[in-house]
Design a protein around this ligand. Structure first.
Ligand code: ATP
Ligand code: ZN
Length: 721
């Protein structure tokens, strides 16, 4: 009889032992189905010596039911799952879950049925059917996905199938992806680029662990360089994973990839439709997907023959996941490369201090691209002191910025205004009684969105229509918008530049690949004069006619003052500035601020990156902050305020007394209420020598909490709310 140990996907149980029925083999990494009470549970066969579990007597072992027809998870991936669970103090099955596709993908390929419009357009239609006909043009997906897209019930769509308005299509889930051709359109690289590319290509050929920091100024052609490494991996028959910080950037990447390799890469992200998910996951596990591009969730995919990982815009905070398993995809990518024994390239124009430090220490090999491609100059940066050059009343653009915008419009060049605030105004209040619109579920103001005529919470999604009167004093027409969001800045641009073609670019307006594609095409086709956008437009885009960038409020990011506020502000402004003057015409950047003396602003204005990083490093060293010390956070929450407070106090009361670990708090979190849960935080600041994870595990492991209390551990936190 063969005993097997399973890591099982169950919220309470993690590890269970079973036996293999006679004649059934299942090596480590196999994905299996096993009985659990009257039900079934999915599990992965694990090395018993690496996974502690209770010894069950042989006689009580139940046989597993089925070994699923997918290749076993490779050892390198199993080690990665163990490492991630251990480092981030997360349950191993929660980490392993990120490697699984859908249940359907595990069951095998085969076919799926999707539906699409037949083109039939009857004269008389119910309003719901008419709406569905409108919404589903060009779409093909499962009934459930189409129902979501069209915002109608599945019943309505079934009726449309019966009426011949929708037809079924059989989709082959194992149809192969077109093969990328490494020679399709190889570029002529500049000498700097060639040197960088040669390093990467050699490392891919070496097939050994090699972490790189590709530090290249904006517009230096970092993508072109790492594409050469991608080409080498393709030549060698190895797979490549490219991580991007957000899905919005993938459109742009797809086009460039296709131009270079002749075919698009395989996409992986959370909003793929079911059939694409199944197809992509299966191609990944079987080694048929050559190059996979995705957001951070692609990192744990069970690649069969991974040969290279690229993390583009590696400094981006969105690589840090802040719910579920709180991991940093940038850091875990390096660990994965180590287990897989392959190179990993972190690419950025504004690397995180942590990454620079590791390069300085010789852990990462630093590869530099100090100049823009094609002789383009970095833009000139000027500061507009808003205390001296004040905008008109009720306006936010200083006269100098307005004059520059007019100048660009007259010359037929493009401008970009950056403000990291969605919507029209961040706060709405009653002029009469002072009532402020607040989210009932969160410690946050409701943000007015004029385009959709709603007040919305950006934390929990709570939305209400903008009311006609104050809900408190019932005065009609008395609401005032306080402060600007991008929609309001767009209104101001329309006022000062009549006739200008303006695009508002936020996650609200560019919420689908089609819309992103349309925006990029319009910007490149000179159909847009002024782009007003949030951080969504600060990176990745290359618009040659864009010659002016205005930062509407450089001080915004410095408020709140968390550990990385300075660095984040520097990165954001340097990135958005980097959109200017990428073509033949030189670029100019105006930064509006009330604090021109702040170190970040001064460094940006002087174009002195080193000065900024030196000052930042010094401040972090003083504070014992990363990379010189370590931080971890404990976040306690409950729907019951008293219960949350009590639990936080209990944790605080049991704090360890160690020389190299300092515990701050508990204190109410800055977001004291979030999605209906009251929150408290403790912050742990430790020396690098401390075993923070073990300390936290021992500390919290000895405590018990009421079932309504959630205690989250955040190692190397990025969010301090
Ligand atoms: N060797 C080359 N031959 C032709 N075009 C190139 C070459 N190198 C770069 N380019 C072009 O220059 C532009 C800038 O390159 P790219 O977008 O890769 O820069 P980047 O370093 O990623 O910039 P950012 O960090 O600002 O996003 C792109 O349009 C790219 O196609
Ligand atoms: Zn809310």
């Amino acid at each position: 009889m063969t005993r097997v140990r399973l890591l099982v996907f169950n919220p309470v149980l993690n590890v269970l032992d079973y036996r293999l029925p006679d004649g059934v083999a299942a090596e480590a990494g196999s994905v299996v189905i096993a009985p659990l009470g009257p039900r079934q549970v999915l599990g992965i066969v694990w090395e018993p010596e690496r996974l502690a579990g209770a010894e069950v007597p042989e006689a009580r072992l139940r046989p597993i039911l089925e070994v699923l027809p997918v290749p076993p998870f490779p050892a390198a991936l199993r080690r990665l799952i163990e490492w991630t669970a251990d480092y981030y103090c997360a349950p191993m099955n929660a980490v392993a879950r990120m490697a699984l596709g859908s249940m359907a993908a595990l069951r095998g390929g085969g076919t799926a049925t999707e539906y699409r419009l037949t083109g039939l357009e009857p004269k008389r239609l119910t309003p719901q059917r008419a709406a569905a006909l409108d919404a589903l043009h060009g779409e093909q997906a499962s009934i459930r996905e189409l129902a979501d897209l069209a915002s109608v019930s599945e019943g309505v769509l079934r009726g449309m199938v019966a009426a011949g308005l929708l037809e079924p299509v059989t989709v082959d889930l194992d149809r192969p992806y077109a093969r990328a051709n490494p020679l399709h359109a190889a570029p002529d690289l500049s000498p700097d680029q060639q040197a960088a590319a040669d390093r990467f290509v050699a490392a891919v050929a070496d097939q050994a662990f090699a972490p790189f920091l590709l530090d290249g100024v904006t517009g230096s052609g970092k993508t072109e360089c790492y594409f050469e490494a991608v080409a080498e991996a393709i030549r060698l028959g190895r797979q490549v994973l490219v991580l991007l910080p957000e899905i919005a950037l993938t459109q742009n990447f797809l086009r460039r990839f296709e131009a270079r390799f002749g075919v698009p890469p395989v996409l992986w992200h959370s909003s793929l439709k079911q059939s694409e998910r199944r197809r992509a996951w299966r191609a990944i596990v079987h080694g048929d997907a050559q190059v996979v591009v995705g957001a951070r969730s692609a990192l744990f995919m069970p690649f069969a023959r991974l040969g290279l990982i690229v993390v583009d815009e590696a400094h981006e905070v969105s690589f840090k996941q802040d719910d579920g398993v709180r991991y940093n995809a940038r850091d875990v990518a390096v660990i994965r490369a180590k287990f897989e024994r392959i190179p990993v390239i972190l690419a950025s124009a504004t690397p995180a201090l942590e990454s620079l430090q590791l390069a300085e220490a010789g852990v990462y090999e630093k590869v530099d691209l100090p100049a823009r491609f094609g002789g383009a100059e970095l833009p000139a940066i000027e500061v507009v002191d808003l205390r001296v050059e004040a905008p008109e009343r009720g306006h936010w653009l200083a006269p100098r910025l307005v004059a520059e915008l007019k100048d660009r419009l007259a010359r037929g060049e493009q401008s970009l205004l950056f403000l990291n605030r969605r919507g029209y105004a961040p706060l709405t209040l009653c002029r009469h009684c002072g009532y402020r619109f607040q989210c009932p579920n969160c410690s946050a103001w409701l943000v007015e969105h004029r385009l959709s005529r709603r007040l919305a919470c950006h934390h929990c999604g709570h939305e209400v229509p903008v009311p006609a009167e104050c809900p408190e004093c019932h005065t009609p027409d008395c609401l005032v918008a306080c402060g600007p969001g991008v929609e309001r800045i767009a209104d101001e641009v329309a006022e000062v530049l009549p006739g200008a073609r303006i695009a508002v670019v936020t996650s609200d307006t560019l919420n689908s690949p089609d819309k992103i594609g349309a925006f990029v095409a319009a910007a490149e086709g000179k159909a847009i004069d002024v782009i007003v956008g949030t951080q969504l437009v600060t990176k990745g885009y290359h618009f040659p006619e864009l010659t002016l960038v205005g930062v509407v409020d450089a001080d915004l990011g410095l408020e709140g003052g968390d550990l990385r506020a300075g660095e984040r502000t520097y990165q954001q402004i340097a990135q958005v500035a980097g959109r200017a003057g990428r073509g033949e015409k030189p670029g100019e950047v105006l930064i509006q601020t009330r604090h021109p003396e702040a170190a970040v602003i001064a460094a940006l204005a002087a174009g002195d990156r080193d000065a900024f990083y030196e000052a930042e490093a010094e401040a972090r060293r003083e504070a014992g902050a990363p990379p010189f010390g370590r931080w971890a956070a404990i976040i306690v929450s409950s729907e019951d305020e008293a219960e949350a407070r009590e639990a936080a106090r209990a944790i605080g009361g049991a704090r360890p007394d160690l020389p190299d670990v300092m515990v701050l708090g508990p204190a109410p979190a800055p977001m004291a209420l979030l999605r209906g849960r009251y929150r408290y935080r403790l912050l742990i600041n430790a020396r690098r020598s401390a075993q923070v994870q073990d300390v936290i595990r021992d500390w919290l492991g000895a405590l018990t909490f009421p079932p309504g209390v959630r205690v989250a551990i955040d190692i190397d936190p990025y969010s301090f709310v």
